[in-house]
Design a protein around this ligand. Structure first.
Ligand SMILES: Nc1ncnc2c1ncn2[C@@H]1O[C@H](COP(=O)(O)OP(=O)(O)O)[C@@H](O)[C@H]1O
Ligand SMILES: [Mg+2]
Length: 256
């Protein structure tokens, strides 16, 4: 079963060049199981993106190691997909071509990926926009394409770095529900970085709170709310309690 394991990760930037060394992470250990949705919150600059980049194989730890299925991650290998806040779609490709990009790059045969990509397009509600270009889409639609494109590669782990950060509040809430529905169907491992505490709770099985830089894990809160989660849960006592606990934890770090 796929799992990600980070053990005693530290990261220092600028060790080799002449600028001031920056310690981004210190002694981070985290195990994520298959089918798990984990949200990460923490103050700005505490190393959340750096941690995600290590799982993506785009940064290497200075100390410690990160493994995927027991193998040390030493580069992107097709098991990881990332969705960023900026949509990063190819402007010259249509919705369909953007979604098919990963499988095409992997030289999969069209017959093998056609069905997957069509289902994904349907899952994110973009079938009728298949031949549209990114500039013809709203922000929410672009991010739906980015999610479908990430899933088209059938990743073992989906890494999401503040994916809904630039959307308006209403679109953001809609996409949270859609992402949950997609995840309930695909159940791939997700690591989701966000600044929004309620978003972190709404989506996750566990919320990880990171300390201020150099980032370490301050607290892990399992979210015991039944699925599918619904909008009205936001006002429930349990949700409010999680919010309070997490707000306190982040606030301590921001004001430390
Ligand atoms: N490539 C890099 N070179 C030098 N410093 C970096 C680099 N990437 C990130 N940092 C620094 O590491 C710290 C953590 O950054 P980051 O992981 O982006 O934080 P977060 O995503 O939590 O806001 C910050 O101080 C940032 O300036
Ligand atoms: Mg970041």
């Amino acid at each position: 079963m796929p799992s990600v394991n980070a053990s005693n990760i530290s990261k220092i930037f600028n060790e080799e060049n002449n600028s001031e060394p920056i310690q981004a992470l210190t002694d981070v250990s985290l195990h994520i199981d298959d089918n798990e949705f984990v949200s990460i919150i923490g103050p700005s600059g505490c190393g959340k993106s750096t941690f995600l980049m290590m799982i993506a194989g785009l940064e290497t730890p200075t100390k410690g190691k990160v493994t995927l299925d027991g193998e040390v991650i030493d580069g992107p290998n097709g098991s990881q997909s990332i969705v960023f806040q900026e949509y990063l779609l190819f402007p010259w490709k249509t919705v369909k071509q953007n979604i098919e990009f990963g499988p095409v790059l992997k030289h999969e045969s069209r017959s093998s990926f056609r069905h997957t990509c069509e289902s994904l397009m349907e899952l994110v509600g973009l079938t009728e926009f298949a031949n549209h270009y990114p500039h013809e889409l709203s922000g929410g639609m672009k991010q739906r394409v980015a999610i479908a494109r990430a899933l088209a590669c059938k990743p073992k782990v989906l890494l999401m770095d503040e994916p809904f950060g630039s959307l308006d509040a209403l679109t953001r809430e809609m996409l949270q529900t859609e992402l949950q529905n997609i995840w309930l169907k695909t159940r791939c491992m997700v690591l989701f970085v966000t600044h929004s505490i309620s978003e972190a709770i709404f989506l996750a099985d566990r919320v990880v709170v990171m300390s201020k830089r150099p980032g370490s894990i301050k607290k892990i809160v399992p979210i015991d709310l039944e699925r599918p989660r619904t909008r009205d849960m936001h006002t429930g006592a349990a949700f409010k309690e999680y919010e309070q606990i997490l707000k306190e934890a982040v606030w301590e770090e921001v004001t430390a």
